[in-house]
Design a protein around this ligand. Structure first.
Ligand SMILES: Cc1cc2nc3c(=O)[nH]c(=O)nc-3n(C[C@H](O)[C@H](O)[C@H](O)COP(=O)(O)O)c2cc1C
Length: 197
């Protein structure tokens, strides 16, 4: 007789890529990653997760060749790993503290390379991205200061036709500050549940 899978063992084919943008020193877990890990812990058992700490990777500055050579060779090194991970994911989660009202530099560098991947022969980047959901986990001193970054991420998703999976915001500060934000912790428990709208 067929067995009904237990709901917490559901394997629904989703593959989450968590791109961590914090520049905290190695061994110091930031508020934003802590919050994202709370959200990830609530995923059904067996859901695939890949975590990339962008500040630990070698990410070259993007070079704008759109109006000169017009195309880009396939990336190498850590950028190649990120492109492969990006294409393999169904759900991309930016794990990004607010830095000066915007994205931290490692994550911004990664996004700038989308402009190269859109012009890399053999990579159907735009078509692939349009099948994915983009979410943002962020912390900052207060919610209002996160709004420009939240708007920027939503517009990036729209540009590539990605589903917008929304934002999980928590009140950050020194490490562990977000643990006192009960609303954020409660939101984390369901944040990754739904597929993007
Ligand atoms: C370079 C830098 C810029 C920051 N800019 C802002 C800001 O514009 N607005 C704000 O509310 N907090 C700002 N913060 C505070 C961080 O957003 C906050 O401490 C956050 O919780 C850090 O996340 P993490 O613990 O995951 O690294 C900034 C922190 C740094 C290091």
């Amino acid at each position: 007789m067929p067995q009904t899978p237990s709901p917490n063992l559901r394997q629904d084919g989703r593959h989450f890529l968590f791109l961590v943008g914090s520049t905290r020193e190695p061994g110091h877990l930031g508020n934003t990653e802590w919050l994202a890990r709370q959200a990830a812990a609530a995923l059904p058992e067996g859901t695939r997760q890949t975590w990339q700490p962008l500040a630990r990777l070698q990410l070259p500055t993007f070079v704008d060749r759109r109006h000169t050579s017009g195309s880009y060779a396939p990336p190498t090194g850590d950028m190649a790993i990120l492109l492969e991970a990006t294409l393999a994911a169904t759900d991309i989660v930016f794990v990004a503290p607010v830095y000066w009202y915007g994205l931290p530099a490692p994550l911004k560098t990664y996004i700038d390379h989308w402009s190269a991947w859109m012009r890399t022969p053999g990579v159907a980047f735009k078509e692939a991205m349009a099948q994915k959901t983009l979410r943002l986990v962020t912390t900052s001193g207060d919610r209002a200061k996160a709004q420009p970054m939240i708007d920027s991420v939503r517009l990036c998703a729209q540009f590539l036709g990605m589903a917008d999976g929304g934002v999980l915001w928590g009140k950050g500060g020194p490490p562990n500050a977000v643990l006192a934000d009960a609303e954020a912790t409660a939101h984390a428990a369901t944040f990754l549940e739904a597929t993007g709208a």
